[in-house]
Design a protein around this ligand. Structure first.
Ligand SMILES: Cc1cc2nc3c(=O)[nH]c(=O)nc-3n(C[C@H](O)[C@H](O)[C@H](O)COP(=O)(O)O)c2cc1C
Length: 226
């Protein structure tokens, strides 16, 4: 069983899974632990749909891919990525993306393969469970604080999963098609999709899972005032 530090340091986004299913009781334990995530005023603003039904996952994925094929770039409740990228984030994004394509021997100009790789998000990388995290639209009307809470909840899910040997991939790709996903899941009108997290057992033989992007030096992200 990993320590918290080991779980933090060893977790990496996994983009190829075996077809082994997560037992329901394990999924419940992960989500029960994640529900202990602190939130401002104990609002617990996350509203999760834990989907392990293959047909439902396929329907969601197919609906998103259909939109993409129609040339629709997004159909979303919230804008996740910056509209205008500035450095150093722009550079980090390029380095991270090109590292993955290099490992997979995909030319940066090979748009077709890159789009197919992106579509793998909506095939859930072969994983059997996806947690779709929504919040009440009223919570994000004039404030963004609950996004902080729901981000912490995301990490709680991923770290708790580590304890059971379960890997994950957080997904902002689903944020971009939040309305399509809400439509397929027929969620109540007051809910807005924030993101999803894919959960499953990694395919040990998949090359793509070797990718572990590095972080900037601590001095670049932390100012110590002693
Ligand atoms: C909110 C969020 C959204 C993300 N969206 C996606 C996504 O849609 N698809 C994907 O393959 N990775 C996605 N990632 C994974 C990041 O690319 C990854 O966390 C980052 O490159 C660092 O790599 P690591 O998670 O392996 O440490 C997302 C991560 C976060 C935190």
């Amino acid at each position: 069983m990993p320590t918290v530090l080991e779980a933090l340091k060893n977790r990496s986004s996994i983009r190829a899974y075996s077809d082994k299913k997560i037992p329901k009781e394990t999924l419940v334990k992960i989500l029960d632990a994640a529900a202990m995530t602190p939130s401002g005023a104990n609002m617990q603003p996350w509203v999760s749909y834990a989907v392990s039904n293959d047909a439902v996952l396929k329907n969601i994925g197919d609906a998103v891919i259909k939109k993409m094929d129609e040339g629709i770039l997004n159909d979303q409740f919230i804008q996740y990525y910056p509209v205008k990228w500035v450095n150093p984030y722009k550079k980090r994004r390029i380095v991270t993306g090109s590292g993955l394509y290099k490992l997979m021997e995909v030319d940066r100009k090979d748009n077709e393969t890159r789009i197919e790789m992106w579509k793998d998000n909506f095939r859930w990388f072969g994983a059997g469970t996806v947690i779709f995290v929504f919040t009440d639209k009223a919570n994000i009307d004039e404030s963004q604080g609950v996004l902080i809470d729901c981000g912490a909840y995301m990490q709680s899910i991923m770290l708790s999963a580590q304890e059971f040997g379960i890997d994950s991939c957080p997904q902002g790709s689903t944020t971009e098609f939040g309305k399509v996903i809400a439509d397929v899941l027929q969620t109540p009108d007051n809910l807005a999709l924030l993101y999803s997290v894919v959960l499953g057992y990694k395919d040990e033989s998949a090359k793509i899972n070797a990718y572990q992007p590095k972080r900037v030096k601590l001095e670049e992200s932390v100012t110590f005032i002693d």
